[in-house]
Write a protein that binds this ligand. Structure first.
Ligand SMILES: NC(=O)c1ccc[n+]([C@@H]2O[C@H](COP(=O)([O-])OP(=O)(O)OC[C@H]3O[C@@H](n4cnc5c(N)ncnc54)[C@H](OP(=O)(O)O)[C@@H]3O)[C@@H](O)[C@H]2O)c1
Length: 324
């Protein structure tokens, strides 16, 4: 089969495109004929070695896929040949990735694509929406009626977080560039401030005088003084990006108001948490309340170019699809 893979950790240019054997599947695995994949920021961290995770070489890159069942083990009875399926947790933790004509997916990491849902939209939202879901509901324990601030609200994770929080009944405040205010409002934010506005924190305080219960800057720019000024007593500040960030921690304003800092990465997500996210993602895809902005499509042979584009920040708020 044709695949995009690396033989060691390295730059985007080290990605090769060529023949690899169709992978063997075990009794509880499904062999998926891949229809489309998408490039995620984390793919570049795994490829370069910046995020340390077991990577058997030659290592097929990529985390997400949508496709159809080509074969399955006897211990994967929930799937039948030809079923439309998606996955979003390949390519790390010793698992081979998705950027190939065929990929092996453990049955408990594979989800049916609901009837009538566009496969491209499904693969495009899978990773950011699962991140948004687990960040909001698993880690920040968002409750009905609470107020959420989503920084980077026009980004892929930010858009999904606004949407999922709003649909769940939260009041959502967001930050973005002014040109993206409308996108944030469309996805469900009721107040949007410019993240470069020096009065942004004041504006958020006036919009939520009681403070925000969940403060999540999805962009990874951690201005914790601003967060401390805006977060409510008992609030949760979510950390999910900014690998190199070393912000000053305003200890007093946080502990004296019972504020929790909670960090997480999808790479550590338990299978049952990923499955819970998939249920909600499927429901929201099916009712049309979740979607992604597609930047374009490339053939899988252009995987190195896809990594270059995402590393150069050319894909903010959009998703680049590749097809084998
Ligand atoms: N922990 C996890 O499991 C996990 C999962 C998924 C992603 N991530 C990480 O989360 C981050 C965001 O991912 P993404 O796919 O949403 O990226 P993205 O689509 O590029 O979105 C980032 C957004 O942040 C905005 N932004 C830039 N500077 C900002 C600032 N100072 N304050 C507020 N917003 C700012 C950008 O706006 P402009 O376009 O105006 O610059 C853009 O809309 C990445 O670092 C990614 O690696 C982590």
């Amino acid at each position: 089969m044709r695949a995009a893979y690396v033989e060691r950790h390295g730059p985007a240019a080290s990605i090769r495109y060529g023949e690899l054997p169709v992978p063997a599947y075990g009794p509880t695995d499904v062999l998926v004929a891949v229809e489309a994949v998408v490039v995620d920021p984390v793919d570049t961290f795994v490829r370069s070695g910046a995020f340390r995770t077991p990577t058997p070489f030659p290592f097929v890159i990529g985390r997400d896929l949508v496709g159809t069942v080509a074969a399955r083990g006897n211990g994967a009875p929930g799937f039948a040949l030809g079923d439309a399926v998606w996955a979003n947790s390949l390519g790390h933790g010793g698992r081979q990735g998705s950027f190939a004509e065929y990929a092996v997916v453990a049955a408990d990491r594979l989800y049916h694509l609901p009837e009538g849902v566009d496969p491209v939209q499904a693969v495009a939202v899978a990773h950011p929406a699962a991140t948004a879901f687990l960040g909001l509901f698993r880690h920040a324990r968002l409750r009905l009626g609470e107020t959420v601030f989503v920084g980077g609200g026009a980004g892929n994770v930010g858009s999904a977080a606004i949407r999922l929080a709003a649909v769940a009944g939260a009041r959502v405040l967001a930050s973005a560039r002014e040109r993206d205010f409308e996108r944030c409002r469309r996805t469900g934010a009721t107040v949007v401030v410019d993240y470069r506005d020096p009065d942004g924190t004041e504006r958020l305080r006036s919009a939520a005088p009681g403070g925000v219960d969940v403060y999540w800057d999805t962009s990874g720019h951690h201005e914790l003084d601003a967060a401390a000024a805006v977060v409510a007593r008992g609030g949760r500040i979510v950390l999910s990006a900014g690998r190199q960030a070393r912000p000053v921690l305003p200890v007093g304003p946080l502990y004296t108001r019972d504020v929790t800092l909670v960090g997480f990465t999808m790479s550590n997500a338990a299978v049952h948490d990923l499955a819970a996210a998939a249920v909600v993602i499927n429901r929201r895809l099916a009712d049309g309340t979740l979607g992604a902005c597609i930047a374009g499509e490339l053939p899988l042979s252009e995987a190195a170019e896809a990594h270059r584009r995402i590393e150069h920040g050319e894909l903010a708020g959009t998703r680049l699809i590749l097809r084998p």
